[in-house]
Structures are given as structure tokens and as C-alpha cells.
Ligand binder design. Structure first.
Ligand code: SF4
Length: 425
């Protein structure tokens, strides 16, 4: 007998109550009606996959390469697109755009992995991949923005280390990446000569970690940590595990989005030996979430790696509540946990990507309660001079006094009173 029709069952709900519940559900659905109407019109890497495959074929032809090359991350790293001549054979570029790119790249480094280029719409100049990967004259013309005093100058107590907090540190192992993002906060380092930093410098960083018993969490990043060869990564992770107070290791890499072929079975064999290991990546638009990225995440998860996402809030790319909600949904589907949204910094050459802080708060306002809590990242502004990440969030607490009562608003805007425990005198 069905348990829901038995009045003696704990799962029994009278029909009148069900009616009220259905009305409440309808009210909730109305609150996300705008998203439901637009969500299927937001482009994703899953929906655009046929077009991406066509672009891949075009790129292989232009670069005179094979499917075997395409599946080899080393080929992508050595065949990054770095000339307008090649790019204009892959996407439509006006003569003016070519002149602009050449001007800008006289100041700033650029490279697009063939894989990431395949995600680009060949004609649409509003394409979120194009905007993140192809230099524009706005970078060149940004002569007024003052460069922030380099945080490393005040926060690097030992070689290659950035230390902003007590119990965790960063070791910067390279300034190289598969694709140089136009919005990169580390543009200044990236634009130097390509380097994987030598073991002797990393050794000095590891020695510093060993001397600080309060450090329990080490982030290996760059640039992109996965530029390092497997044996180099294996060595660093092994050395960290010899330090008894290091509890967890983290890797910073955008390659799941820009070059998922890098997640090879050999690399995963290395990762399997080094639990607990976390990897934070950077997806900024649902168009980056492709079947290829999903397969890379599957391999990482099978190797015991937990993957989180750190988006950057980018004007004209994702500073929109619907695009960001679609992004977190796509990420959760491929088992990446949305972790941070960073506000873009006011740095030279990237200022045109900055959106107002209000856009970030609006995105958070439209995620919390409107979708799974798992999909709600923390919105972060980074304090100047390396003073650390500062979370910003919409205000829910309206009043908190000492008489044991709280006044707050819910995600849907209802004001509620809540009885708290009285503070001890
Ligand atoms: S992958 Fe990260 S470090 Fe590299 S260019 Fe992009 S944002 Fe900068």
C-alpha cells in the first residue's frame, strides 16, 4: 500500500496542504521565470559542440596538423596561435582589427591554444572566448591606469613564495600558460620571458615551508601549474608530503578550460599518488564547458582530485545574473564546484574588463535561494597591496540587537523575525 495515502504514515499530507504547497511552488517558479525564459538562449560548450568540432577541423587544416596532434597537449603548447596571419585564417578579422592586435601585442604577450581557439565563434566579435583571448586596442590605449604596486614586493618572504595569510602559502612555479587571458591579473609577470622556475628556487621555497609549522596548505600555481612536466610536479608534491605539517596541496590551473588534453592518464597517475589534492581552475562563461572539459574533470575525479572554479567577473562576458547562473549550472553538471567570483582589479591593460562591484552583488543576490547552494560561489574583492581576499555579499541581516531578536530578509525578500539565544551577561 502506498505510504502517501495512509493517514497514519509520516509521509501522508492532506490534499488541502498539498494545494497550498503547489501554490507556493508556483510562486517560487515565478521568481525564476526570467531565467527559465532565457537559459536555453545562452550558448554553452555542450550545445555548440558541433560548431566547435568544425572549428577544430579548420584549425587542423590551417596548422597542417592531425587528430593525433590535437589530442597531444604538447602540440597545443608548442603551436599556440601568436600571429594575426594565422588567426585571420581561423576567424574573420577586419584589417583594422589586425592593425589593433599588432599594436597591442607590441606591448603585451599573447598566445591562444588551438583548443581554446576552436571554442571561438569565427564571426561574432561579442564571442566571450574571443574577448578573453584576442588582444584589443583597449589594452594598448590604457595608458592612464596606474599599476598596483606589485603585491610580491611586500608578501614574498622566500623565493617564489607569496604569503598573504598565516596557514597557507602560494609557490609560483612558472609564468607560462596555455592561453594568455587578456584579463589576467598577473599580466605583468606573464609578459616577461617564458619560464618554468628552476628546482633550486622551488627547493628554497619548500625549505621555507618546512620551517613554518603553521603552514598546512600549499598552493602551487603560476602562470599555470600544469605547464610543468609531470615529473617536476611529482617531485614538488612528493617533497611537500615529506613536510609533516602540510596537510593539503592545491594546484592552480586554467587548463581544464583552455587545454583539457593536458589532463592525461600519466598526469592522473601522478595525482593518484598525492592525496589530498585540490585543483582550482577558471571557467568564466558556459561556452567553455565542453564535452572535452567534462572528460578531463572525470579523469581528475577518478584520480581523487577535487576541482573548484574561480571565475573573474568580466564586463561584457559574464557580469550578468543569467550568464553566471547558467555557468554555475554547467559547472555543477560536470562536477566542478563554483568557489569564487573575483572582482577584476584596476590594473593597467585590463581596466576595460572591470564591472562595477554592484554587478557581482547582483549576481550573488540572484543565486542564493534561486538555485542550489552548491552553485553559489563567494564574491571576492582583493584588498590592495596583497592585504588579502575580502568577501562581499548581499545583506540579509536587517537588525541584530541584544534582546535576543534578529530581523532579516529571506532570499525571496520576505522580512522575518527570528528568536536568538540571549547573549551571556
Ligand atoms: S591562465 Fe591564469 S595566469 Fe594564465 S593568463 Fe590566464 S588568468 Fe593569467
Amino acid at each position: 500500500m502506498s505510504v502517501v495515502n495512509d493517514p497514519g504514515s509520516p509521509m501522508y499530507v492532506p490534499e488541502a496542504n498539498r494545494r497550498i504547497a503547489r501554490e507556493r511552488a508556483e510562486q517560487h517558479v515565478k521568481l525564476i521565470k526570467d531565467f527559465l525564459e532565457i537559459r536555453d538562449r545562452i550558448s554553452t560548450g555542450m550545445k555548440a559542440w558541433d560548431r566547435i568540432i568544425e572549428r577544430k577541423e579548420r584549425i587542423l587544416k590551417v596548422l597542417e596538423a592531425t587528430d593525433e596532434d590535437w589530442n597531444d597537449y604538447r602540440w597545443h603548447l608548442t603551436h599556440g596561435i601568436t600571429s594575426t596571419e594565422t588567426l585571420s585564417r581561423i576567424i574573420d578579422l577586419s584589417p583594422e582589427a589586425i592593425v589593433d592586435i599588432e599594436k597591442t601585442t607590441s606591448l603585451y604577450r599573447w598566445q591562444i591554444s588551438p583548443y581554446y581557439a576552436s571554442l571561438m565563434d569565427p564571426k561574432d566579435r561579442d564571442c566571450p572566448i574571443f574577448k578573453q583571448a584576442v588582444p584589443t586596442i583597449k589594452e594598448y590605449l590604457d595608458t592612464k591606469t596606474v599599476e598596483e604596486p606589485y603585491a610580491l614586493a611586500y608578501n614574498s618572504p622566500a623565493p617564489l613564495i607569496t604569503r598573504l595569510y598565516a596557514d597557507r602559502i602560494i609557490i609560483n612555479v612558472t609564468n607560462m600558460c596555455a592561453t594568455f587571458c587578456r584579463h589576467c591579473l598577473r599580466k605583468k609577470d606573464i609578459d616577461l620571458k617564458d619560464m618554468v622556475y628552476p628546482r633550486e628556487d622551488v627547493r628554497a621555497a619548500l625549505d621555507y615551508v618546512a620551517q613554518c609549522p603553521e603552514i598546512r596548505d600549499v598552493l602551487i600555481t603560476g602562470g599555470d601549474a600544469l605547464v610543468l612536466p609531470d615529473d617536476y610536479l611529482d617531485w614538488i608534491l612528493t617533497e611537500l608530503e615529506k613536510i609533516p605539517h602540510v596537510e593539503i596541496k592545491r594546484l592552480g590551473s586554467r587548463m581544464i578550460a583552455t587545454l583539457p588534453q593536458r589532463i592525461t592518464s600519466d598526469l592522473c597517475d601522478v595525482f593518484l599518488r598525492h592525496k589530498p589534492l585540490y585543483l582550482n581552475t577558471q571557467f568564466n562563461h558556459p561556452l567553455e564547458v565542453t564535452p572535452e572539459a567534462e572528460a578531463a574533470v572525470d579523469r581528475l575525479i577518478n584520480a581523487g582530485v577535487l576541482v573548484g572554479n574561480q571565475s573573474v567577473l568580466l564586463k561584457g562576458i559574464n557580469n550578468d545574473k543569467h550568464v553566471m547562473k547558467k555557468l554555475v549550472h554547467e559547472l555543477l553538471r560536470i562536477r566542478i564546484r563554483p568557489y569564487y567570483i573575483f572582482n577584476c582589479k584596476k590594473l593597467k591593460g585590463i581596466r576595460h574588463f572591470r564591472a562595477p562591484v554592484a554587478d557581482g552583488l547582483n549576481i550573488l543576490e540572484n543565486l542564493r535561494g534561486y538555485t542550489s547552494g552548491l552553485g553559489v560561489p563567494t564574491f571576492i574583492i582583493t584588498a590592495p597591496e596583497g592585504k588579502g581576499k575580502t568577501p562581499l555579499a548581499p545583506t540579509y541581516l536587517l537588525n541584530y540587537n541584544r534582546n535576543g531578536k534578529l530581523l532579516f530578509r529571506t532570499w525571496a525578500g520576505e522580512v522575518c523575525e527570528y528568536e536568538d539565544e540571549l547573549l551571556e551577561p
